[in-house]
Unconditional design. Sequence first.
Length: 287
Amino acid sequence: MRTGVTDSTGAYAIDDVPAGTVTVEPQPDQAQTLFARETGTTSLVTARDAVAILKVVTGAMMVSDLQRAACDANRDNQVTSRDATAVLRKVVGISEADNACVQSWMVRPAGELPPIATPTPAPSGSCGPRLQVALANVAQDVSGLDFVAAMIGDCDGSVTSSGTGGLVMRSARRRPYGNPSSAVELGRPQRAQNAWRIPITVRETGPWTAVTVRVRFDARRLGLPRVRAVPEPDALAAYRIDPSGAVHLAIARAQPATGGRIVAWLSFPNGERPHRNYLRVTEGLVE
C-alpha cells in the first residue's frame, strides 16, 4: 500500500506506485485527526451550523450542491428543520439515529476524472457518499485525481476541502463574547410553583444567532432540574441533563436577536434555595 499526504494547498503525490490496476481512496478522517491534535478540539459541528440549516430551509442562504448535502444531517435527502434539531442534539451530546452521521465525511470528484479512472463507493462510506477510484493499467504518471470533501452537519462551511484534492480546516468561526460569566449568566432564583426557577440570560447587545451553554450544579443539594427554553417562532433548542451535575444547552435562531434576553429557565423542585456556590456557568458561547 502506498500513501500520500496533502500539502497546505491540498496537492498530493503518491510515489513508487507499481504498474497495473491501482485503487485510490481519499481519507479525510486522517486530516480531521491531525486538525484535532493541533487545535485541541474535535467539535467541528456547532450550533452555528444549525443556524445555517435554518437559513437554507427558509431560503435566506444559498449553498452549493455539496454544501446542501452537508446540511442534510440526518441523511434523508432533504434539508429541513429536523436536520437543525439533529445537529443541536449532537452538540449537547445526544447521540441518536438522526445524527449518527454528523461529523462524518463525504468525498466526491472535484471534476472530470481521467479516462482510466472508475469511481466506486468506498467500503468506509457507510454515511456516504464516499468513494474510491480504480485506475486500470497504470503504466505512467497519472494526474487529475482531484477530490472535494464536506463534513456532514457542517452547513456553514467552516470545514472545507480545497479544489486540488486536500482538506483545508478553516477556523470554526466561533467568537465568544468575553468569558462565560460575561457572555451568559444565571439570574436570581425565583420561587414559583413549588420550585426555584433560575433564568439563563444572554447579556450581549450585538446580534447573535446561536448559543451554547453548560451549567454545572450541585446535584446532591439541588437535585436534577427541569429545563425549558423560552419558546420563539424562529428558534430551535436542545438540551441534555447529566445526572452528575451538568446541563448542556444549545439554541439556534433563523433570525439574529439583539440585546440581552432570557433564553431558558432551570427549575429545581428541591425546597432549598439555590445558593450561588451550588451552580455556575462553565461554558457560554454566543455567536
